[in-house]
Design a binder for this molecule. Sequence first.
Ligand SMILES: C[S@@+](CC[C@H](N)C(=O)[O-])C[C@H]1O[C@@H](n2cnc3c(N)ncnc32)[C@H](O)[C@@H]1O
Length: 208
Amino acid sequence: MSEHGTAAEVEQEAFVRGVLEGFYRDGEPPWDSGVTPPELVALVEGSGSPAPGRALELGCGTGTNAVYLARHGWRVAAVDLVELAVRQAREKAEAAGADVTVLCGDVTRLDEVGVPGPYDLFFDLSCYCGIPPHRRDAYAAGLTRRAAPGARLLMFGYGPGAFDDSWSGVTADELRTRFTGWRLADVTPGTNPVPTFWFTLVRDSAPA
Ligand SMILES: C[S@@+](CC[C@H](N)C(=O)[O-])C[C@H]1O[C@@H](n2cnc3c(N)ncnc32)[C@H](O)[C@@H]1O
């Protein structure tokens, strides 16, 4: 076992990265709709929306939602593992005249990425659910260290069994257990043909 985990864990991370890079290399990855989901629009523009603050998008892909947040007054940093996605996100932000800091890096290793925070909003549109299980504690810890008191995490995730593997997916119970110092404030099922969920977590206002 190396500092990066067991050989199997290292191999799994490399496999996932390779699959993701392949999607972008082939062009038009299936998730890249270019449309901001109504759940994010409701949070940003709905009644009782928080005042714009600092936002961090995890697994931003080609940047559609980072640009949307910036256009609505948020100071946005966005991170993705795949260099090609990052390049496209930067181009999209530039074309839109949106001030977004797009960084290439691993959201489970945020200390290496240069996003010190604190952030008031974290947004994750089907990134966490595809992160190998052995890296998920590090994801939660990274967000927790960067969360302003009362920060929100809005996450969309596929449930277990949505894909043809034994490990991807996310459940409410998992998030409750893993995100210490956060409250799972809402779980709303998605409308996809396979199990999907919108989760809202809120960081305790007075972290211990
Ligand atoms: C299903 S795609 C969704 C992309 C984007 N959120 C969207 O909806 O268009 C998941 C994204 O998360 C990124 N990703 C996966 N694991 C990551 C990691 N450990 N660190 C940073 N990005 C990651 C992938 O490269 C990919 O762009």
